[in-house]
Design a protein around this ligand. Structure first.
Ligand code: FAD
Length: 584
């Protein structure tokens, strides 16, 4: 595969214009985020990602993670690259300074993960999951738990996991059956009194077992005795691979084991583990927060994890676009039909290939713009800006669903541009396409994201949060009528959903509606970028940005507007056949 270069210029522009990082840095809490530091981080991680993680992407795909006797190993090079990542301090960018982090905006941490993930998506799941564990403990852990676990999770010496899924409990997390029994003072010679004995099986646990970190801090959802049915009866537990003594030193191995890793379509270097807890009745866990409030804690973790998964869509799209651009310049086929010169040309000269290349760039930049707009709102929310916090809540499902769908489309176009070679594994285009297929599924499928949009998120302020955002887009669109029209359409549908539509009708139109809203926000952010570039920002993008923004506004935005009929069609047709008729 072609060499990888991190898209530093476009990231810096997106952080500046869409996240408003300059404004964030004016607040005391983020005052360390000076332009010099931001640039140094962007350039530093670009070099690290290209030099250390990108070279492992292919071997990670070909050899993948392997399990033998409960131990997962990665191909040569992964352990050294992870050690270098920890040593250089990349893991704690946005983590709290009191526990060894740098306390910088979430936006910057997102940028670091974006560059790493574009270099090697499967590998980057390791720090993504650790970040989620840090977030959950930071907000819901006791002071003792924070002191014990956060410093080493933040440094990256220990990694984290998130254990929700069980065979019968996927989207329906409330169906989980793993149990947690309180340990009394007479058991284990009193050593674990107040803790819990964990028992059950979890499946699909990302980086659930490996040897790259000294310890793995599993965050496990389980039920305590007498807990209510469903999601109201779920509690969150820290279940470390090695028990941790009060002074932070590692003790005996906990009673948990990886019993299998999945053979899957993509992300082969990310071990997807079947985890068995308490086979010998000795698995020790400690409660995080209060009993039955586990889902709330997990949501803290999931919100940012969903943004990091949205970023994976951008990452795949970036890598695929770079590969397609390089190939289109090299591959010579046929003269250009509309030219008097009858010599064969590089395929980049043919109109349809140009269309695909421009589409890839426009979609990638649009997804990035939406991503950093979302992170900027998250950062403002952390500064107690309630309106921004609500807007971030609204944006999360849009970003997660549309950015990851975009990853697939761009990876698919990359294969198309490669022609037959794209379908052959050795070019690496197929790997990107296979890797791109998982982000729309995990962290809540994109269908679940769209349902979240039309139920919980649309319900905020009786539809007012969405309406306010769309109003703003209409006002800023000025003479860009297609964008204003799309935003008006979103507002109209939002109003219909809140005031008139049945729940079935809303859910039936949720996915096209989610796409419409995401494209409206991405389009408005690209318009902002384009105007900023016209005013002198990012001179390196002076030629490219106006064209990619225009392509997005003139091609992608009208397509999204065309989804209004599907978004408002309702559920009647979907249920006009009985289940037996549909599945006959
Ligand atoms: C590679 C990989 C890594 C993963 N990593 C982790 C991890 O680290 N930790 C973890 O806990 N889990 C992890 N998962 C699990 C992942 O989060 C689930 O697969 C995902 O949430 C979907 O659950 P499911 O597979 O059971 O699908 P199902 O819930 O069975 O869904 C099947 C289909 O039905 C739809 N559907 C289901 N319910 C509804 C509904 N109410 N309304 C509308 N549509 C619905 C879904 O959208 C989907 O299209 C991972 C999975 C994979 C494949």
């Amino acid at each position: 595969m072609a060499d990888f270069t991190a898209p530093t210029q476009d990231q810096l522009l997106a952080m500046q214009v869409c996240a408003g990082i300059g404004e964030l840095a004016r607040n005391d809490r983020f005052s360390a985020a000076t332009p010099d530091l931001i640039e140094a981080i962007a350039e530093g991680i670009a070099a690290f990602a290209a030099g250390e993680w990108a070279p492992l992407n292919r071997i990670g795909d070909i050899e993948g993670a392997r399990l033998a006797d409960g131990v997962v190993t990665l191909p040569d090079g992964f352990a050294q690259a992870y050690a270098a990542y920890v040593e250089q301090g990349w893991n704690g960018i946005a983590a709290p300074a009191e526990f060894g982090g740098q306390g910088l905006p979430f936006t910057l941490a997102t940028q670091v993960l974006e560059s790493l993930g574009a270099a090697n998506l499967a590998f980057t799941l390791l720090p993504i999951l650790t970040t989620g564990a840090i977030e959950a403990l930071q907000h819901h852990g006791s002071e003792e738990q924070k002191a014990l676990y956060l410093p080493r999770l933040i440094s990256g010496e220990w990694s984290g996991t998130m254990n929700l899924t069980e065979p019968q409990a996927g989207s329906d997390v409330g169906a989980l059956r793993t149990t947690a029994m309180p340990i009394g003072p007479d058991e284990f010679e009193g050593r674990h009194a107040g803790k819990y004995r964990i028992s059950g099986q979890k499946i699909f646990i990302t980086w659930g077992e490996h040897e790259l970190a000294e310890n793995i801090v599993h965050l496990v959802l389980a039920r305590t005795p007498g807990a209510p049915e469903g999601s109201r009866g779920i509690s969150l537990f820290i279940v470390p691979k090695y028990l941790v003594s009060e002074d932070g030193s590692l003790g005996e191995r906990n009673d948990l084991v990886c019993t299998g890793i999945e053979h899957k379509l993509g992300i082969h270097a990310s071990p997807t583990c079947v985890m068995s807890y308490g086979d010998n009745g000795q698995c020790i866990g400690e409660l995080v927060g209060r009993e039955n409030e586990g889902l709330r804690a997990m949501f803290t973790m999931m919100n940012n994890a969903r943004i990091n998964v949205a970023s994976q869509g951008v990452q795949i799209a970036e890598r695929a676009a770079q590969q397609a651009l390089a190939y289109a310049r090299e591959r010579i086929q046929s003269p250009r039909a509309g030219s008097a010169d009858k010599h064969p040309v590089a395929i980049v000269e043919h109109p349809d290939v140009r269309r695909m290349l421009l589409r890839m760039r426009a979609l990638t930049e649009g997804a990035r713009a939406l991503l950093y707009y979302t992170t900027g709102q998250v950062d403002r929310g952390r500064l107690a800006d309630r309106a921004a916090a609500q807007r971030a809540e609204l944006l999360v499902p849009l970003a997660k669903a549309w950015c990851t769908d975009t990853g697939i489309e761009v990876a698919s176009l990359n294969i198309q541009i490669h022609g037959g070679m794209g379908y052959i594994e050795e070019t690496g285009a197929a790997q990107l396409y296979r890797d791109a297929r998982i982000p729309p599924i995990y962290e809540g499928t994109n269908g679940i994201q769209a349902a979240d949009l039309v139920t919980r998120k649309l319900g905020m302020e009786q539809g007012g949060v969405l309406a306010g955002l769309m109003d703003e887009i209409v006002r800023e669109a000025g003479d860009v009528t297609a964008l204003a029209g799309l935003a008006r359409g979103c507002a109209r549908i939002g109003h219909w959903m809140v005031e008139e539509a049945s729940l079935d009708d809303r859910l039936a139109g949720s996915v096209p509606f989610c796409t419409m809203c995401a494209v409206a926000v991405a389009g408005s952010q690209l318009l902002r970028q384009s105007r900023a570039v016209a005013a002198g920002a990012a001179p390196a993008l002076a030629a490219l940005k106006p064209v990619t923004a225009r392509y997005f506004l003139e091609h992608v935005v009208p397509e999204a507007a065309g989804l209004e009929a599907a978004a408002t069609a309702g559920a009647e047709l979907l249920y006009s056949l009985s289940t037996d008729q549909l599945t006959a």
